[in-house]
Design a protein around this ligand. Structure first.
Ligand code: ZN
Ligand code: ZN
Length: 214
């Protein structure tokens, strides 16, 4: 099964997800992926080691400072970790995810070398994930959809009862609404949404109850 460990990390309580397929691979060296390490990379690596998981990749939904703060420590603790990001978010990544805008500083870690593109297929054990480009919160925001597990990692595109902010550099409201309609609401109602902040939800719950979706 797809095991999903959630951590709430960093200066603005970002949801970080450590995931692995517990049915595939060696029991003491299962391939694991971290989505949006918001901070405390050492803690995430320890949590993986405790389970016998080996972090192979870091998938960034986007490069805001609160989603990348744990990258450097994870990479330094566990050799050979590949970091993925959509190229349209690289300019923001180079500005440390806008950290200075909030009076903060962050070590973004090594430059991402896995370039995400819309429609790309990623995998964790036997689970396939589809990369969906969903700009609007940032230009290169992507979300990760696993059909077999009925789960969407939505970053800051859609949140429980809310949507991502569009007032930061690179944000655009009309673009975000288009992304939500085409990349999120096109999925079945029972798909579980694991967002970048706050609690989890489903596509159906947001379709029915999210007042921002009009
Ligand atoms: Zn963000
Ligand atoms: Zn965020």
């Amino acid at each position: 099964m797809l095991s999903i460990q959630k951590f709430v990390l960093g200066p603005v309580a970002t949801n970080t997800y450590l995931i692995a397929d517990t049915d595939t691979g060696e029991a003491d060296a299962r391939d694991a992926v971290v989505i949006d390490p918001g901070g405390e990379g050492h803690l995430i690596v320890k949590a993986a080691e405790k389970r016998g998981w080996k972090i192979r990749q870091i998938w960034l939904t986007h490069s805001h400072f609160d989603h990348i703060g744990g990258v450097a420590e994870i990479v330094s603790d566990s050799g050979g970790v590949v970091v993925g990001l959509h190229p349209d978010d690289l300019p923001l990544w180079k500005h440390k995810g806008g950290a200075s805008f909030f009076g903060m500083d962050v070590d973004p870690g090594p430059k991402p070398t896995l370039k995400f593109q819309h429609g790309q297929s990623l995998s964790v054990g036997s689970y396939k994930f589809e990369v969906r480009h969903a700009p609007g919160h940032t230009p290169g925001h992507v979300i990760f959809y696993c059909q077999a597990a009925g789960t969407l990692f939505s970053g800051d595109v859609i949140l429980q009862g809310s949507i991502g902010r569009t007032d930061l550099p690179g944000g655009d409201y009309a673009t975000l609404m288009k992304s939500i309609n085409e990349q999120v609401l096109s999925l079945p109602d029972d798909v579980r949404i694991l967002p970048g902040h706050m609690g989890e939800t489903t596509v159906g719950a947001e379709r029915r109850g999210n007042v921002f979706l009009g």
